[in-house]
Design a binder for this molecule. Structure first.
Ligand code: 4AD
Ligand code: MG
Length: 431
């Protein structure tokens, strides 16, 4: 007997097959039982007819509890009501394990309860759909950068430097030395770009941020491209093309998942490059017009400010040229003004906030050295980074896209905790 997965069923209509599956749900009458089967590749209905299978097997089917594991044998038939267009007429059930009372039932559960049960909550239809979308974004990311001639390079996780400021570092011991968990691979990616031209990384990053918002994780995954000979505006074009590409890939390859999540896909269809750009200066003026009297030039934007700006557009928007004082040490100054830098944050629509932070990098040795000193950074730890400016320094730019915020936005999840398999949040290390 051929063992297949649920997503392979459409090409086996009329055949007898074997499936390994869990019982997601079940309903039955005196004569027929409907088993909602899931195997990770999809959900499908198994039909058990007492008159066909006999009393004993029928009672076995009726006794299956939620999340029991089974091997099912049966004939695949067409059923246009199902998302895969088929169901299975069950002829045999081998019970692998009869599950105990499963904590996640079809009723409503509180957030803390669901988070405590994340290891099994992942099996629910909604979480499954979000994880499939996350996977598609990762797949499309590799596809996009490979097509564009980028080389994947992996920066270290244990580091001695802090690109995004020293206040949110996870410190650890590296034998006798002090080390940190990486906040961003950027500085290493700059070295990689000088070796390979165009590079990208994809890996976990860590921020000991005491923020408890729907956009903040302690451990999150970042995609960080870095490009030699690419200047500020050219980098924005890569960013808008990349984000359009992943959104269009999800629309194409995750139709079932978007439908299951009830996502308004017309909003995603609008996500096509180019994206609008607004300077920080103009954003401040706009916010004042909108009645945000609390914000003044030189302040960083909070979530309400970003959301108000994003609401003016139906695509992600770049906010460009932030004040030097609120951005990291490595950003290239504006050629005509020394109070702003060549940087941009990409703000997602629908209140999902900043999904990309990026900039042109300082390529002048003396200026970078001065900035390292102004920011009171340990010069010895950054010696290698500064040295990159000694050997054929070139204009270069890069950016980091936060995967979980992007997944939350595209799938319409209300909180980033649902867009990573095992979220690390303030006060949560379990499971
Ligand atoms: O804006 P950030 O801090 O930029 C950097 O780290 C740069 N060194 C990246 C680069 O240029 N290579 O972070 C980049 C993105 C943010 O736009 C956001 O999407 C995400 O990372 N991010 C977070 N996501 C979840 N939880 C957090 N605590 C995050 N902090 C940043
Ligand atoms: Mg940022």
């Amino acid at each position: 007997m051929k063992k297949i997965s649920i997503n392979q069923m459409p090409s086996h209509i009329g055949e007898e097959v074997k499936l390994g599956a869990w019982i997601a749900n079940k309903r039955s009458s005196g004569k027929i039982a409907f088993l909602q089967l899931r195997d990770g590749t999809g959900f499908v209905q198994g039909v058990v007819v007492k008159a066909d299978v006999g009393e004993e097997l029928f009672q076995t089917a009726k006794g299956l509890t939620q999340e029991s594991s089974v091997y099912i044998t049966g004939t695949v038939t067409e059923d246009t009501r199902n998302s895969f267009g088929c169901e299975i007429q069950v002829s045999e059930i081998e019970v692998l394990s009869l599950a105990e009372d499963f904590p996640i039932t079809p009723k409503e559960h509180g957030t803390e309860f669901l988070m405590d049960n994340r290891h099994v909550w992942l099996r629910s239809r909604k979480q499954h759909a979000i994880m499939k979308i996350r996977n598609e974004i990762i797949r499309a990311t590799y596809e996009f950068y490979n097509q564009e001639g980028f080389v994947k390079m992996d920066p270290p996780i244990l580091t001695g430097s802090a690109p995004e400021g020293t206040s949110e570092l996870f410190a650890t011991k590296y034998f006798d030395e002090d080390a940190f968990l990486s906040q961003s691979g950027q500085l290493y990616m700059e070295a990689a770009a000088m070796a390979m031209g165009k590079v990208f990384s994809f890996g976990p990053t860590f921020r000991a941020e005491k923020s408890k918002t729907r956009r903040h994780l302690i451990e999150f995954w970042m995609i960080e491209p870095e490009m030699a000979f690419v200047e500020f505006n050219e980098s924005l074009e890569v960013q808008e093309n990349y984000v359009s590409y992943i959104v269009q890939s999800v629309l194409k390859n995750c139709q079932l998942e978007l439908e299951r999540l009830g996502r308004d896909t017309s909003k995603l269809e609008a996500i096509q490059a180019p994206f609008p750009r607004i300077t920080y200066d103009d954003a401040i003026t706009f916010l004042h017009e909108q009645g945000f009297d609390d914000i003044k030039w030189g302040d960083d934007f909070g979530a309400p400010h970003e959301t108000a700006i994003a609401e003016a557009y139906d695509k992600p928007v770049f906010i460009t040229h932030y004040p030097t004082g609120i951005k990291p040490f490595y950003m290239q100054p504006h050629p005509d003004r020394d109070d702003v830098v060549l940087c941009a944050d990409m703000i997602a629509p629908e209140g999902y906030g900043e999904i990309i932070g990026g900039s042109e990098r300082i390529h002048d040795y003396d200026l970078l050295k001065q900035r390292i000193q102004e920011h009171n950074l340990d010069e010895a730890a950054y010696a290698w980074y500064l040295e990159l400016r000694k050997y054929g320094t070139v204009p270069h730019s890069g950016f980091g896209l936060g995967l979980e915020r992007t997944v939350a936005w595209i799938s319409g999840a209300e909180h980033v905790r649902e867009s990573i398999p095992f979220p690390r949040l303030l006060n949560r290390l379990y499971p």
